[in-house]
Design a protein around this ligand. Structure first.
Ligand code: SF4
Ligand code: ZN
Length: 277
């Protein structure tokens, strides 16, 4: 991971950093590793941020685990929730979508868009320079294939190990685990006795990502190195995609004021569709 951080110049010796900690294995392990590295850099300020989406029988436990790990490491922990920011928990949003017959979006579609916005707000309020997310090699390759399956290959140009700073309201995201396979993260966590949440989200089965994960895991099992090959192939074609992709001009969302390409940002579009904007 240190090599990835220096290869992409992800973090600097005086950065203020927020680690997005869900309570799952990747994010908790990443927090432990960064807390260890941070000791050698006294000017770095490290904190953690968690978003409570409001998922019954799942997120409460994860939140406790995230809190407990932050306490042990002496890292400041900030928490926000969908309820606080949007007025509704994810469970309520899923129920509303079902009642309205909105079958086009899965719970993960709502969750992903709203959490992204929530994390950015949390990081911005904390005044950090970098928002560190725990996307492993597995997550990154799944996202790459998902972009293709969704018919949006130009997103590959934007979704990279260090995201470009495209607006002052958007905190720069970096992904130090992007070249670390998930099984190595788990192995490290077990060896170090790191406590993380092991149950999976009740909505995970509904996501297309789940099918992509299964396919990639089968490929990796049969043809070791598949994940790295996919990752490096996209790295190779990304400069061409970046040159092809038009620069987007961001304006303020008319409802929430966050940066967006259209009139309404994606999360406000979703809330409007649900009748709760
Ligand atoms: Fe959200 Fe889907 Fe992840 Fe559950 S599996 S936390 S609904 S993105
Ligand atoms: Zn908005």
């Amino acid at each position: 991971m240190r090599k990835t951080i220096s290869k992409y110049e992800m973090l600097g010796p005086r950065d203020r950093i927020m680690v997005a900690v869900s309570g799952g294995k990747d994010s908790v392990t990443l927090l432990h590793i960064l807390a260890k590295i941070e000791k050698a850099f006294p000017d770095v300020v490290l904190c953690a941020g968690t978003v409570d989406e409001g998922i019954r029988d799942y997120r409460d436990e994860a939140l406790k685990i995230a809190e407990e790990n932050c306490r042990k490491l002496g890292v400041e922990h900030r928490v926000t929730s969908f309820k606080e920011l949007f007025g509704y928990e994810l469970d309520e949003i899923v129920e509303l979508a079902r009642n309205k017959g909105l079958s086009g979006l899965t719970p993960c579609s709502y969750c992903g868009v709203l959490r992204r916005k929530a994390l950015n707000s949390l990081a911005r309020e904390a005044g950090v320079d970098k928002l560190v997310v725990a996307h492993s090699l597995d997550d990154e390759t799944q996202t790459m294939l998902l972009n293709i399956v969704h018919g949006d290959p130009l997103r590959l140009a934007r979704s990279k190990p260090v995201l470009d700073v495209i607006h002052p309201k958007l905190v720069q995201r970096v992904k130090p685990l992007c070249m670390v396979p998930e099984k190595e993260v788990v192995l490290y966590a077990y060896l170090k006795g790191i406590e993380f949440q092991s149950i999976t989200c009740p909505y995970a089965q509904t996501a297309l990502r789940n099918d992509i994960r299964t396919m990639l895991n089968r490929m990796e099992h049969k043809h070791a190195g598949t994940l790295f090959t996919v990752f490096h192939s996209i790295e190779k074609i990304r400069p061409a995609l970046e040159a092809y992709a038009k620069e987007v001009e961001l304006k303020d969302c008319r409802a929430c004021g966050e940066p967006t390409v259209g009139d309404l940002c994606r999360s406000c579009q979703m809330l409007e569709q649900l009748g709760i904007l």
